[in-house]
Design a protein around this ligand. Structure first.
Ligand SMILES: Cc1ncc(COP(=O)(O)O)c(C=O)c1O
Length: 400
């Protein structure tokens, strides 16, 4: 049975073409450390890491920042923890959307126990932000707005340009979680007035797991107390945390094979048209949604959650199957038809409460650059079979 991978929102597969080979070559040829050894091989790895920072700076159009303003971490979850826990002090108030992932919500709920408060800006039942309700939530102590760019549950995009203007108006720091959009949708640090942009390397950027980071504007740096401290290979005569970047936020040996793999993925990305790739992914999204709506407009067997159009969305679609247990449906999708999806709450209970799908959750289908129309059609047909939406003649599993 051929497998069809439709869990791209979780992590991308396949990775960008040159990633695996790059990681393999580093680990097998010369797996040396950085910022520590005084020999050529170490300098050459350091150069590649520098280049990766530059690639990210270019990708996110961070023209006012330097390469050292690009910090590497193991993933976006760590990035958000460093930023939120380093920045917020007792008495601070912050704003989030009601669609956030637990990578934002769990640190905030932890911080709540230390005198930090937050409010959720409401979203419509399709996940669209109701930004006009945010003014009423502003307090004198509001310092920050942090939100995701694209929903990992239903694909709805946040109106980031308007949010940037809102943050300017109220002099708030603005931190963006780009987990579902980096590498798929152009993001401009300057145009959005971002204070910091958090990214993860293994989703749309198509790099290895264990890579991520954040880009940080100079104004925000002194506000952030480093969450983790340790050796950096620099100013080793002192036990104080360095006050310069990137060392201030990068103690310990980094994930060098991962960062080199990310470098390869970003080089591949630079050779492709992000616009074309995104157009392809949205086309797949459209086919998926239309086929379901054509066969089952009332959502009797398959209910599409959130937006049904292609405006302001990324290629993530959630469905519920009212007549069959969703875990069972997802299991059947994989075991009988080879279709890999994700079922449940997707680490985003707040989003599901907004969408009206809490606590049952959804089955999530998410599409990437190398998924094909035929794969999407097979996924829909399999879903039809499992849910009894439409009977299909013949031994359908054969074709998969
Ligand atoms: C919107 C959003 N934020 C944060 C994360 C966390 O990403 P990571 O596990 O790479 O830290 C995810 C992962 O699914 C996500 O979708």
């Amino acid at each position: 049975m051929n497998k069809i991978y439709l869990d791209q929102a979780s992590t991308s597969f396949p990775k960008a073409p040159s990633v695996a080979d790059t990681v393999y070559r580093y680990l097998s040829d010369s797996p040396v450390n950085v910022s520590r050894g005084s020999y050529e091989a170490a300098y050459s790895v350091e150069e590649k890491i520098f280049e990766t920072r530059e690639q990210l700076r270019r990708l996110f159009h961070f023209t006012s920042g330097k390469s050292k303003n690009v910090i590497f971490t193991p993933n976006i979850t760590t990035s958000l923890n460093i930023l939120l826990k380093g920045l917020l002090k007792p008495g601070d108030h912050i704003l989030v959307s009601s669609m956030e992932h637990n990578a934002v919500m769990r640190p905030l709920v932890q911080l709540q126990k230390h005198g930090i408060s937050f409010d959720r800006i409401p979203c419509a039942p399709d996940g669209s932000l109701l930004l006009d309700q945010a003014d009423a939530l502003i307090k004198p102590s509001t310092r920050l707005l942090v939100c995701l760019h694209g929903s990992n549950v239903c694909g709805t995009l946040m109106p980031v340009e308007q949010i940037g203007e809102f943050c300017q108006k109220y002099h708030l720091f603005f931190i963006l979680d780009t987990a579902q959009t980096a590498g798929s949708i152009p993001i401009d640090m300057e145009k959005l007035h971002l204070s910091a942009l958090a990214f993860t390397g293994h989703k749309g950027l198509r790099g290895p797991q264990g890579t991520g980071g954040f880009l940080i504007r100079n104004e925000l740096i002194p506000e952030i107390t480093p969450l983790i401290s340790g050796g950096t290979g620099s100013i080793s005569h002192t036990e104080e945390v360095p006050d310069f970047l990137p060392d201030r936020f990068e103690p310990g040996t980094p994930n060098i094979p991962g960062i080199l793999g990310l470098h390869a993925a970003l080089s591949d990305l630079e050779q492709t048209s992000m616009k074309e790739t995104f157009r392809h992914e949205l086309k797949l999204t459209e086919i998926f949604i239309e086929k379901i709506l054509d066969a089952d407009p009332d959502g009797k067997h398959i209910r599409i959650i959130g937006k049904r159009d292609l405006e302001n969305r990324c290629p993530v679609v959630s469905v519920q199957t009212p007549e069959i247990d969703m875990a069972l449906a997802a299991y059947e999708l994989d075991s009988t038809y080879g279709i890999m999806t994700r079922v449940g709450l997707h680490c985003a209970p707040s989003a599901h409460k907004t969408l009206g799908t809490y606590p049952a959750g959804t089955i999530r289908f998410s599409f990437g650059p190398e998924n094909t129309q035929s794969e999407i059609e097979q996924a829909v047909e399999a879903l039809f079979r499992i849910t009894g939406t439409r009977q299909i003649e013949g031994d359908f599993t054969h074709g998969i």
